[in-house]
Each structure stands twice: as structure tokens, then as C-alpha cells.
Design a protein around this ligand. Sequence first.
Ligand code: ZN
Length: 107
Amino acid sequence: MTACYCQFCAGKLEPAQEFRFLVETETLDDPVHLNRIRQLPATTGGRPLRVCKSCQKTMERHPVQFRRAVLEREHVRQQFRAAGVLAAVGILSAGWFLTLLLGSQRA
Ligand SMILES: [Zn+2]
């Protein structure tokens, strides 16, 4: 089994938290079962978060700040994805431009 790390503080998960995360991830498509076992805080998309016990306690103590932090993380991830697409397009068009340039020099 691969080691699970907290996605907030990058600390290694306690076996109980790791087990919860695996079980909750496995039962995502079974909402009835998931509601019964759900112990981890979840993202807006309903996915369980991979958190260690101390981070989970902090979240439960400050639910509003935690929600905001999760939303920000998701927003940043989306921006990164958009930036990646832009970079790929940029590289492709640079390649196209070079071909054009070299082609015109040869002619
Ligand atoms: Zn943590």
C-alpha cells in the first residue's frame, strides 16, 4: 500500500485516517453507504479530503475558514490547468512560427 500524506500539511496520515480516506474514496458512487460512514470533511464536489487528524480538528474548529481555503485551492488548481493549456498552445504556435520562419528563409 502506498503511503498517504495529508494534503494540507503533507504529514503522514494516521492508519485510521488513511483507512477512512480509502474507504470513502471507494464508496463515492454509493451515497447511502457514504453518508453512513462519512467521517472526513469533503470538498465541494463531495470527494473526501486526505487529511491527518490534527488538520481535521483544525477544520472542524474553523469550518468557514476551511471552506474558503478549500475553495481557493480548487480555484488555484483550475488556474494552473488553464495556464498549462495556454503554455501548450504557446509552444505549439512557437513551433509553427519557427517552421514558417525557417521555411521562408530556405525559399
Ligand atoms: Zn495535516
